[in-house]
Ligand binder design. Structure first.
Ligand code: ST9
Ligand code: NDP
Length: 515
């Protein structure tokens, strides 16, 4: 049987969402580990005045492609950008592009989605469900299609505690929902959204559940694989450790904690932190493409791509290792020294929000106002509170995912493929991974130079001294106010001062005697 890279040789692959976090890693890995692949058709929309070609050009300049550029400088010749806006009828593809795609594509990887938790329902439905439906329609016209791989999320069924590798019945028939929302204006949909999504925490997970159902409806006609990654984090090994390029999920939390802005967050110390490195997800996705095309399973195969059941790690441990890393490798221009604590207790959380977030923000804004600058800290904290408020649903509870299909797939790979397309998370050393993840946020998200770490440490020392001075002044001030108002405080104060004085006189006397 052909190995994974032999299978992709001579094949044309269509990818949506190639400019996104996971899409980029997929493009890079496919071109690096399957150098004989014939062409990658990337469906990309124009954005901010940039054509799909210009966007690809910019993307390929990024650090992610450094290793590939070194190994194979001509890699870009296999990339064919196709202009496509997925929310438009017919995916806004030209007739010519439809013809090319239907004649040549062998495998589809559908990664595009809106992953915002606060996306209005109509838009989330348009992109995550209707666009998927349209892509499936296009797929059915493809004459040589071997496999359709849909990227879902492990949280599509987060209303359940135990999640098997099956497609669960949808909360509502997607077609019916699409028709009923068509005539409603945005304000009505907004008001109805909480009732519609029911026990799903946001429109993202809800529409991803509906998308799975839409995919299943086509599973009789196509060979389909569904990948359900949990919380996708920085790369573990490839193309280099720690690569990450966005603030989504835990990355934004780590950065905010490293900058000393975030000091508290609602999360359970003992809940499993189901992070999964992006390279693991992509290796599994490519292997699933191979398996689906070669074995043609009768119904859609679902792969829960998670770590919790195999190699669990908890939010409390993550907090510890994140703090440790940022103390050793500080971020530049930190607001305060990194010192974040997670808590599941609502009252304690509110207390720390007040004392450690809002109070310092108010003080800093006051300082900015007095020095003639625009206040900004309170605005930053309000945005941070909104973001962590949306994440706490995922950091405060546990889920149990069955990952039998992931294990089955691993057993189907040859020894060589298991190395090249490694998704064996039993080998993942969490403390090492979290360290390289945090350093990755510093290097690749914030573009900070590792050579400037001594200056960042110096800045932390300055912050520590400011804190000590501030605490001392505050203590003396409170004590003075207290003494002025209470006779008992005054008596204690005189007693302590006279005791100190006596000790001093005693030491002075004993030292003159011993001379
Ligand atoms: C040490 C402590 C340890 C604690 C451990 C606890 C950690 C818990 C983490 C739990 C993670 C759970 C994730 C669950 C994922 C489910 C899995 C998936 O399927 S799906 C995948 C998961 N999906 C997601 O994760 C999506 C979640 N994100 C959202 O839904 C939205 O971004 C938003 C509602 C949070 C903010 O909306 P809005 O206010 O409109 O703001 P914009 O979006 O327009 O961004 C404006 C600017 O801010 C930037 N920035 C953004 N976030 C942060 C941040 N946290 N910070 C800093 N910055 C941040 C952003 O880059 C942008 O910069 P620029 O371009 O202007 O330069
Ligand atoms: N990140 C995570 O933690 C997880 C992600 N997933 C799933 O993985 C997939 C990829 O996620 P991720 O890479 O993180 O997401 P990103 O937000 O980084 O990427 C989304 C991609 O979709 C494209 N896209 C969005 N809207 C349109 C549109 N209207 N027309 C054409 N393309 C569009 C974006 O293109 P553009 O650059 O033009 O905006 C981008 O390439 C998603 O299906 C997501 O549900 C699942 C579990 C966890």
């Amino acid at each position: 049987m052909a190995s994974v890279s032999e299978f992709y040789a001579g094949k044309c692959v269509l990818i949506t969402g190639a400019t996104g976090f996971m899409g980029k890693v997929l493009v890079e890995k496919l071109l690096r580990s399957c150098p004989e692949v014939k062409a990658l058709y990337l469906l990309i929309r124009t954005k901010q005045g940039q054509s799909s070609q210009q966007r690809i050009h910019t993307m390929l300049q990024s650090k992610l492609f450094d290793r590939l550029r070194e190994e194979n400088p001509d890699f870009h010749k296999r990339i064919i950008p196709v202009s496509s806006e997925l929310t438009q009828p017919g995916l806004a593809l030209s007739d010519e592009d439809v013809q090319t795609l239907t004649q040549s594509v062998h495998i589809i990887f559908h990664c595009a989605a809106t992953i915002r938790f606060d996306e209005p329902l109509k838009h989330a439905l348009q992109l995550n469900v209707i666009a998927t439906q349209q892509l499936l329609c296009l797929a059915q016209q493809m004459q040589q299609l071997h496999a359709f791989i849909h990227i879902s999320t492990a949280y599509a069924n987060c209303n359940r505690r135990h999640i098997d590798e099956v497609i669960y019945p949808p909360p509502v028939e997607p077609g019916k929902l699409i028709h009923s929302l068509e005539w409603m204006d945005d304000a009505i949909v907004h008001d109805l959204t909480p009732r519609l999504i029911g026990d799903w925490p946001n429109t993202y997970t809800y529409t991803k559940a509906l998308a799975e159902c839409v995919v299943q409806q086509e599973s009789g006609k196509l060979n389909i694989g569904i990948i359900r990654p949990s919380i996708v984090g920085a790369s573990w090994q490839e193309p280099f450790p720690g690569w990450i390029d966005n603030f989504n999920g835990p990355s934004g939390v780590f950065i905010a904690a490293g900058k000393g802005i975030l000091r508290t967050m609602r999360a359970s110390n003992d809940a499993v932190a189901d992070l999964i490195p992006v390279d693991v997800v992509i290796n599994l996705t490519l292997a699933a493409g191979w398996y689906t095309a070669v074995h043609r399973p009768k119904s859609a195969m679902v792969y829960n791509c998670t770590t919790g059941g195999i190699n669990p790690f908890h939010w409390g441990e993550i907090e510890h290792h994140v703090m440790l890393t940022f103390k050793r490798n500080p971020l530049e221009q930190a607001f305060r020294r990194p010192n974040a604590n997670i808590t599941s207790n609502y009252l304690i959380y509110q207390y720390w929000i007040l004392v450690s977030h809002k109070f310092p923000a108010l003080l800093y804004d006051l300082f900015l106002r007095l020095s003639g600058q625009k206040p900004q800290m309170m605005r930053i904290f309000n945005r941070l509170h909104k973001a962590i408020g949306l994440l706490e649903y995922f950091s405060s509870q546990d889920w149990e995912w069955n990952s039998d299909n992931m294990n089955m797939l691993m057993n189907q790979l040859s020894t060589e493929d298991r190395k090249v397309f490694n998704f064996d998370v039993r080998q993942l050393n969490w403390p090492e991974y979290i360290e390289s993840y945090c350093i990755g946020t510093k290097k690749y998200v914030l573009n900070e130079d590792m050579a400037d770490i001594p200056a960042a440490r110096q800045h932390l020392r300055k912050l520590r001294n400011i804190r000590y001075t501030f605490n001392t002044v505050l203590l003396v001030f409170i004590w003075r106010v207290f003494i002025a108002r209470s006779q008992m405080a005054r008596n204690i104060w005189y007693f302590v001062v006279s005791l100190c004085f006596k000790f001093l006189s005693y030491f002075r006397a004993s030292s003159t005697l011993t001379k």
